[in-house]
Design a protein around this ligand. Structure first.
Ligand SMILES: Cc1cc2nc3c(=O)[nH]c(=O)nc-3n(C[C@H](O)[C@H](O)[C@H](O)COP(=O)(O)O)c2cc1C
Length: 187
């Protein structure tokens, strides 16, 4: 069955290394018959969580704030797979991704037990170095907390400038992961 896949791309560089991983992942997933929606978070008007615990009253607009998260919420609800794509910024996800992800808490607030919708997840990352350990640990703790199933990660180290990732094996890994995830057999 065709999967619904949503990509939250936290890189501000449309032709950058993370975006190249996203493009290859999406190509593989689409070829395997899945719907892929990519949100370029940096281009969107997304504000930080206010921590008000006042959301969840209206599932159509789960957050008290009205901004471009209202474009993400309905797609997120329907999605089978959430792809987190980000450059490594100071050993963690970019602010763009962190900010958007915090705001998904409003969807959990729609449930009396603050249960998050169950999803599968993928992580795509690019970095100048290879210090992914802290980000990976954060990601794994987050997935454990949410109860989401990890389907695979692609971590492209050694890439700094736009275009550096060209010819790197991680592009093929992202393409193959897209195909596998869309086909239903996570790695
Ligand atoms: C604010 C900032 C923080 C960064 N922190 C790290 C880091 O902690 N480790 C690292 O290896 N690279 C770091 N980098 C380099 C980026 O991860 C690298 O350039 C990556 O390829 C950018 O991905 P993009 O092309 O998708 O924007 C940082 C870059 C910026 C702008």
């Amino acid at each position: 069955m065709a999967k619904k896949i949503v990509v939250l791309n936290g890189s501000p560089r449309p032709k950058g290394n993370t975006s190249s991983l996203v493009a290859e992942f999406a190509r593989g997933a689409k070829e395997a018959g899945s719907d892929v929606t990519v949100f370029e978070l940096d281009k969107m008007d997304i504000h930080g969580c206010k921590g008000c615990f006042g959301g969840g009253k209206n599932p159509e607009h789960p957050c008290v704030q009205r901004d471009d998260m209202d474009k993400i919420y309905p797609v997120y609800r329907e999605a089978d797979v959430i792809v987190l794509a980000t450059p490594l910024y100071y050993w963690n996800f970019s602010g763009q991704l962190r900010t958007a992800f915090d705001r998904l808490f409003a969807v959990a607030e729609c449930d009396p037990n603050y249960s998050n919708p169950k999803k599968d997840s993928v992580l795509l990352m690019a970095a100048e170095g290879y210090g992914f350990d802290d980000a990976l640990s954060y990601y794994k703790n987050l997935m454990k907390h949410l109860g989401w199933k990890e389907l695979g990660t692609v971590l492209a180290g050694g890439v700094m400038k736009v275009g550096d990732i060209s010819g790197h094996k991680e592009l093929k890994e992202a393409y193959e992961l897209g195909k596998t995830v869309a086909g239903g057999n996570g790695l």
